[in-house]
Write a protein that binds this ligand. Structure first.
Ligand code: TXD
Length: 321
């Protein structure tokens, strides 16, 4: 049985961590593409030369030629500029739409049967553009945002409660922007509601609500918090790790139910847009969008987030994409 072929479009910060994680986990062979001459070759040579020490057999190679992605099973796209301090993700729309269009055209030509995970920002618009240009069926194009946003929310909850993050379940839905929707009601530690644990900790409902609100706000702004510290780019370890969780779900047909930017066909009352929702990921990509009832407040937040995604996609349309 041959190994899976995983192509990384973009060999920058996230692309580099992706390549290393794929090799360490032996998910398949890696081809890293970038437009910058020698960058993907250099990065992958460096990773490949650690194979003896890390004990992996995955082949990790770099290229500036799209034909080397031929026959990919999975494509992960990080091509595009990251944010700088003071920028919103949406400020990247013009530059990154141009890049994403060229990437999608190449993937359509050279890897027409692949499943694609899109990471580039502004995420919801970039996934939409990739799907429109490739014409891939919706199940084969998915965006990474919710796994990371949920992981950030879970991390803050674990720190606050002094518990292992492994026991925290926290779901973040909606667009990958400041309007994202952390679902407080279902956040739990091994089944025990986080709100109850906070109320017991502070013996005060108002204080517990304030602490939760602060964690929700920090989750929404978590990408910007890292950008402000790094100054020269955005988060890359955690976005890469999050995309790897999705890649594993697909490559190992795990049927994981995770938050993913998936195409909606009436689910959650939305048709024709990519939005962060609970989805089952398996060998066919997005195998199912899983609905559950939102309460009034959650629905209002979700509507607000969906409207932000719609506006972003409309802006992209006005730019000619
Ligand atoms: O959770 C998420 N979805 C994200 C997304 C979390 C953090 C950052 N996220 C976004 O991912 C970020 O806003 C960027 O749009 C992408 C990639 O972030 P990264 O930190 O990896 O950016 P880099 O280091 O600048 O790498 C981008 C690479 C760089 O090497 C460029 O030369 C390359 O993209 N690039 C291209 N590759 C292929 N084809 C084209 N046309 C191209 N143009 C630039």
């Amino acid at each position: 049985m041959s190994r899976k072929k995983i192509s990384l479009i973009g060999g920058g910060q996230i692309g580099g961590v992706l390549a290393q994680l794929i090799a360490l986990k032996q998910l398949g062979d890696v081809v890293m593409f970038d437009v910058v001459e020698n960058l993907p070759q250099g990065k992958t040579l460096d990773i490949a030369e650690a194979a003896r020490v890390n004990g992996f057999d995955s082949k990790v190679t770099g290229t500036n030629s799209y034909k080397d992605i031929s026959g990919s099973d999975l494509v992960i796209v990080t091509a595009g500029l990251p944010r700088k301090p003071g920028m919103s993700r949406d400020d990247l729309l013009t530059t990154n739409a141009k890049i994403m269009k060229s990437v999608a055209e190449a993937v359509k030509e050279y890897a027409p049967n692949s499943i694609a995970i899109i990471i580039s920002n502004p995420l919801d618009a970039m996934v939409t553009l990739f799907k429109n240009v490739t014409g891939f069926p919706a199940n084969r194009v998915v965006g990474q945002a919710g796994v990371l946003d949920s992981s950030r929310f879970a991390t803050f909850i674990a720190w606050e409660l002094g518990v292992s993050v492994k026991d925290v379940n926290a779901l973040v839905l909606g667009g990958h922007g400041d309007t994202m929707v952390p679902i407080v009601r279902y956040a739990n530690v091994n089944g025990i509601p986080v709100m109850e644990l906070l109320e017991r900790k502070y013996k005060d409902k108002t204080k517990a609500a304030e602490v939760m609100k602060a964690m929700v706000e920090r989750t929404k702004m978590a990408g910007g918090e890292v950008v402000n510290l790094l100054k020269t780019g955005s988060a890359f370890y955690s976005p890469a790790a999050s995309a790897i969780q999705m890649a594993e779900a697909i490559l190992h047909d795990e049927k994981r139910l995770i938050s993913a930017c998936a195409y909606l066909n009436g689910e959650f009352g939305v048709t024709g847009y990519y939005v962060g929702v609970p989805a089952i990921l398996g060998e066919n990509g997005v195998e199912k969008v899983v609905e559950f009832s939102l309460d009034k407040e959650e629905q209002a937040l979700m509507d607000n987030s969906v409207n932000a995604v719609k506006k972003l996609v409309e802006d992209m349309g006005r730019l000619g994409f």
